[in-house]
Unconditional design. Structure first.
Length: 241
């Protein structure tokens, strides 16, 4: 932890990559942990265009369930710690795989959403996006305002879909210029987000993993801080005044 705090204190550009483990202590289940199943389905079976095309009501119900869970969730001390890092570090970028918006709620500004936003809905005909915080949403996937024959879908990136190019470009640029890359609460198994870690290593950033479990990339990182985000991140951020 001493070396990690020193690297954070001296870093010119801190980049943080977060995954579902960052939201776990706010009560939002991770995808591949013991609570990752919903009605015997895994995320990989529901978060796909094919699943939505064949069973739109089931997929919509899963997102409605997640929205209701997220609406009750509160950011934890780890989120606050990331906001403190952004306030104190010369340059700070948070790249998140999460769609819950908890980082925004603690005021983090330089935020890159790789996998979209659960609070958005998208017209399946024209792609128009609208933010909608209604909880719950209608029980069935509603039809679009502009194209009544088209269904609305959640504004998130599904398996097999490309990440938003602007978000991906911002993430790559930040990691290529990072001198510290903090990887928090991700199993590092979903591509292309996980490739940002190896990119950071290749570009010479100090890399630190914050996770109670090891991951396939743990051994490639400079440091592993085994533990929960809500305790490790505040301890790290306390290096700043
Ligand atoms: N603090 C830090 N890490 C934690 C905590 C915690 N309190 N609790 C769990 N973790 C770790 C787990 O050990 C695991 O390594 O968080 C990680 C969660 O991994 P996944 O469930 O695979 O989530 P993630 O890596 O974000 O998945 C990536 O897959 O399903 C898609 O789009 C979805 O964005 C998601 C992507």
């Amino acid at each position: 932890m001493i070396q990690a705090r020193k690297w954070l204190r001296d870093a010119e550009h801190v980049v943080v990559l977060t995954g579902a483990g960052m939201s776990a202590e706010s009560g939002i289940p991770t995808f591949r942990g013991p609570d990752g199943i919903w009605k015997q389905f895994r995320a990989e079976e529901l978060a796909t265009p094919q699943a939505f095309a064949s069973r739109p009501n089931l997929v919509w119900e899963w997102y409605n369930w997640r929205r209701e869970l997220i609406a009750k969730a509160e950011p934890h001390a780890g989120h606050q710690a990331l906001a403190h890092m952004e306030a104190c570090a010369p340059n700070f970028t948070l790249i998140t795989q999460n769609v819950d918006g908890l980082e925004e709620r603690v005021g983090i500004r330089n935020l890159v959403r790789l996998h979209g936003d659960i609070w958005e809905t998208v017209c399946t005909r024209c792609g128009e996006r609208r933010r909608n915080h209604d909880v719950p949403l209608s029980s069935m996937p509603p039809h679009c305002f502009c194209h009544p024959e088209a269904l609305l879908r959640p504004g998130v990136v599904w398996y097999g879909e490309a990440l938003p190019s602007s978000a991906w470009d911002r993430a790559v640029h930040a990691v290529e210029h990072a001198d510290l890359l903090l990887v928090v609460g991700t199993s590092a198994v979903v591509y292309p987000a996980s490739s940002l870690i190896t990119l950071g290593i290749r570009h010479g950033a100090h890399t630190i993993e914050v996770n109670p479990q090891s991951t396939p990339l743990s051994n490639d990182m400079d440091l592993r801080l085994a533990g929960a985000a809500s305790s490790i991140l505040p301890s790290l951020a306390s290096v700043f005044p």
